[in-house]
Design a protein around this ligand. Structure first.
Ligand SMILES: C[S@@+](CC[C@H](N)C(=O)[O-])C[C@H]1O[C@@H](n2cnc3c(N)ncnc32)[C@H](O)[C@@H]1O
Length: 295
């Protein structure tokens, strides 16, 4: 089996290059913002002490370290990510923090038949980028022991994440999604799992049972101030993605977009920085107690 599915190669290039760089640039914002939603998910569906936990699309691996802490020295946490630079950063951080029971591997979840089994699989915003989500989720289910738990956080629809929608509308006033770009795209995208019915069906086809969706609404900080929030939205998320794909072809209109974005996000500016309502799904599911066939 290829280490990266052909259908995920372009996304893998994006996650190992331009997106990694942008996540490094906005790391504090992303980690803190997503952190509250990740913690809510872990609280709702915690791993058991002594468990073997798998962290899907682990990024910098802060959640992998958290899982390692929760499962304790008798357990183990393994982070997997398609992007080598993310995995290198995650390994370095876990080593620097002295976390002995966390390890990391580079791999495309959609193309990985995990050699070991796990009691618990977790993901914070790491499962929305697979070209074939059913195939990826099936690999996760096969990696779980019978009765093993999946717990994942994904974005709910843009309409319930008003800052994302506003930023996208501003950019859409000026630009469509480009038909051609020298830049690689990020895969299906952060909002590809917002529809609970669709994802529930994907999980069912992948062989999961006891599928549940719990809405999680917690504000997140999208900038230390308005300039920072504008910069963030022009670099990441759906608006940032369109701008990135257009690249320097749209340099002339960037200042106009920035000005309009500033106005669109001003409502969220306050004493603690730019803080906007944010809404995610906490998805839970189980591998059936009786293991089902591989395909
Ligand atoms: C939005 S980031 C989230 C990172 C981290 N979980 C967090 O919450 O900070 C998405 C992550 O999924 C990873 N990813 C994307 N496609 C993947 C795939 N096919 N297999 C494994 N990881 C993937 C990316 O490299 C990236 O690190």
């Amino acid at each position: 089996m290829e280490s990266v599915a052909a259908s995920n190669r372009e996304a893998s290039e994006a996650w190992s290059g331009p997106l990694f760089e942008r996540f490094v640039q906005f790391r504090d914002l992303v980690t803190a913002g997503l952190g509250a939603h990740g913690e809510a998910a872990i609280e709702a569906h915690p791993p058991q002490p002594g468990a073997r936990a798998l962290d899907l699309g682990c990024g910098f691996g802060d959640t992998t370290q958290r899982l390692a802490q929760l499962v304790g020295p008798a357990g183990e946490a393994v982070g997997v990510d398609v992007s080598e630079p993310f995995v290198e950063a995650a390994r370095a951080d876990a080593a620097a923090a002295g976390v002995a029971n966390a390890s990391f591997l580079v791999g495309d979840v959609q193309a990985t038949e995990f050699e070991e089994t796990f009691d618990y699989a977790f993901s914070r915003m790491g499962i929305m980028f697979f070209a074939n989500p059913v195939q990826a989720l099936r690999n996760v289910r096969l990696a779980l022991v019978p009765g093993g738990q999946l717990c994942a956080v994904v974005w709910r629809r843009k309409l319930d994440n008003e800052w994302v929608r506003r930023a996208e509308l501003v950019v859409e006033d000026y630009l469509d999604h480009p038909e051609e770009s020298d830049e690689p795209t990020c895969g299906p995208g952060p909002f590809s799992m917002a529809d609970a019915d669709t994802v529930s069906e994907q999980l069912r086809i992948a062989g999961f049972d006891e599928i549940g969706f719990q809405r999680c609404d917690r504000p997140i900080k999208i900038g230390a101030d308005l300039d920072h929030a504008v910069e963030f939205n022009m670099a990441l998320g759906p608006a940032g993605e369109v701008l990135r794909l257009w690249g320097d072809r749209v340099d002339e209109i960037r200042p106009k977009i920035a000005r309009q974005l500033r106005e669109a996000l001003a409502e969220f500016d306050g004493p603690d920085g730019v803080v906007a309502p944010a809404s995610t799904w906490i998805i839970s599911a189980r591998a059936p107690a009786q293991a089902s066939p591989a395909h």
